[in-house]
Design a binder for this molecule. Sequence first.
Ligand code: AP5
Length: 187
Amino acid sequence: MRIVLLGAPGSGKGTQTDAIIARYGVSTVATGDLLRAEVAAGTELGQRAKPYMDAGELVPFDIVLGMIENGLKTLATTNPKGFMMDGFPRDLAQAEALDQILAKINQPLDLVLFFEVDYEEIVKRLLGRGRADDNEETIRNRLRVYEEKTAPLIDYYNRKGLLRTVKGTGTIEEIGARIRAVLDEIA
Ligand code: AP5
């Protein structure tokens, strides 16, 4: 199973990953987690990425691509159950780069799961979480960046026939059941 989780910041992608991993045995690549680990370790890459993350802007393409490319190829070829991307791709350039990486290893995506949640609910969730980038100003900018750069991927994947939409409101268990209904079809 090779899937992408797509959705606005706070739409619940990260919250659902453990259950997806437990049920389907896929490996996961979450660019936000990888970047936060680089920042916490104080690496040069982390130092370059931090100002963008603090502002809620996308980290430059070369940083993110260099970070995931080898890891993704390894995951895709070593775990026969497949992989799940969370937080990548974030714009058209990243989506095209992902297509190219996966074409090279002959492992195309099976589907893209879009979490549909309205912005009012998202702001409420993120203000209640309190991660470093969960202050009101940064949240608003993350949503603006999402709208401008990431939301066009809904149409991009829809045109490829890969998009499946899941309503992302309700309890975590209710959303998990909706996701299972979609993913069981390809498991
Ligand atoms: P990233 O780490 O990807 O964060 P994000 O996009 O802001 O997304 P979140 O992790 O906040 O949202 P989520 O959908 O996973 O929601 P979650 O499950 O956590 O990116 C951070 C930054 O890194 C970016 O701004 C950018 O700078 C950089 N970056 C990352 N990837 C990049 C890339 N590819 N290119 C360039 N830059 C990149 O849930 C949120 C909250 O809601 C939690 O508190 C949770 O408990 C709660 N919640 C979840 N589900 C429910 C529910 N059903 N009901 C009530 N509460 C819920």
